[in-house]
Design a binder for this molecule. Structure first.
Ligand code: GDP
Length: 369
């Protein structure tokens, strides 16, 4: 049995099936002498990291290795998909190492947002998930907001230690790391890649002044996020890239909203009240009567109610129903992982149903705004 060739950079077994997985190389190069994986190629030639992903099991193996190091763990979460991208078991796996929580994509929230209140919200949500963090930093890697505070916090808390950067996919981990690289680029040092001991995962080492490194880990895939199950061509519509434009609907009970063909919201019972929808502008909201909703879906899914489009319907998971009860005066969001959230504005409470693809995380949370 022939062993697969390995990357000359990081030592990972090479493969040419999946460009998102570690060790990818185009088929034409896989048998070349000194072949390097696409990721190492980009790092060597462009000083830029790119995203690779692993499933939860592989990721936990990697996390287990961090516990035996003396390091700072920087956990990047996506503000738009907070409950979907938080690694809730992180504490157990990183041992006594401090965790710095970097909350990315704050550019998506309205400029009037009360940032102090938001920081408190983040701290509270993290605590409820059992995560103890030394600090919370809010930033937008893409718009370069708050980034000096990220660098400052990393410098404050690392104290001559290595820095491991962990996060789910699509939280902007590569964007953050590439910013860090350009911040440190006056060092004019070459980035190196190396294998993480005891695992098959490659990790990128970004050298720091004191001989320590920033270490990028693969992005973890959580199947409960809408962003993991939509066809790749629909990802751009799902992930907002401009500030959210909240849409407020005055609804009577027994009215429904469709979010493209990705999910449906039914106001089942309660006084007339408003609900504010926070989803990507790339998706269309359709409003209808609850009694007509099933029929509308049967007739229009894949076309008017899309994404997903007709050709992807067969492989897209069917919907399951989540019944949620919003308590009076509770100020809550109906959160649909990867899709966004609906703020319930009524004071009298409500009963609502969310129909979402099987496995997608749907929950009630304290309102983010
Ligand atoms: P990774 O998978 O965690 O490495 O994520 P990437 O860095 O590849 O980014 C995933 C997606 O999020 C891309 O479409 C980025 O353009 C986008 N993104 C990254 N940072 C930000 C940010 O600060 N704000 C917004 N709105 N989008 C971001």
């Amino acid at each position: 049995q022939l062993k697969p060739p390995r990357c000359a950079g990081c030592g990972i077994p090479l493969q040419s099936e999946d460009s998102m997985k570690p060790g990818f190389v185009p088929a034409s190069s896989i048998d070349k002498e000194e072949a390097v994986c696409q990721r190492c190629f980009r790092i060597k030639n462009y000083n830029e990291v790119s995203s690779v992903t692993v499933d939860q099991d592989e990721f936990l193996k990697l996390l287990g290795g961090i516990a035996s190091t003396d390091s700072l763990v920087v956990h990047i979460v996506d503000l738009f998909d907070f409950q979907g991208s938080l690694i809730s078991g992180l504490q157990r796996f990183v041992g006594n190492n401090p965790i710095l929580l970097v909350v990315n994509k704050i550019d998506l929230l309205p400029p009037v947002t009360n940032w102090n209140r938001l920081r408190n919200w983040v701290q509270k949500q993290a605590r409820e998930e059992g995560l103890k963090v030394v600090d919370v930093v809010l930033c937008s890697a893409r718009r370069n907001i708050g980034f000096d505070r990220v660098v400052e916090a990393v410098n404050t808390y690392r104290q001559n230690k290595d820095v491991y950067v962990v996060g789910a996919t699509n939280v902007g981990k590569s964007t953050v790391i590439n910013r860090l690289i350009s911040d440190y680029s006056d060092l004019k040092r070459e980035l190196t890649v190396s294998r993480y001991p005891g695992t098959t995962l490659d990790a990128v080492h970004i050298p720091l002044d004191d001989g320590k490194s920033i270490i990028d880990t693969p992005g973890i895939v959580y199947s409960w996020r809408m962003s993991e199950i939509v066809p790749r061509k629909d990802l751009a519509a799902l992930l907002p890239d401009k500030p959210l434009k909240p849409l407020t609907y005055q609804l009577n009970e027994k009215q429904s909203l469709f979010f493209g063909g990705l999910a449906r919201f039914d106001f089942v019972e309660g006084d007339r009240q408003s609900f504010t929808v926070n989803i990507s502008g790339g998706l269309t909201v359709h409003r209808t009567k609850l009694e007509r909703a099933d029929e509308l879906y049967e007739q229009h899914r894949g076309v008017m109610l899309s994404p997903p489009s007709t050709e992807d319907l067969d492989t897209f998971p069917t919907w399951t129903r989540h019944r949620l009860r919003i308590a009076p005066n509770s100020n809550q969001d109906i959160f649909i992982s990867g899709l966004g959230w609906i703020q319930a504005n009524g004071k009298q409470g409500a009963t609502v149903d969310v129909h979402a693809p099987r496995g997608i995380r749907v929950l009630l949370r304290e309102s983010i705004l």
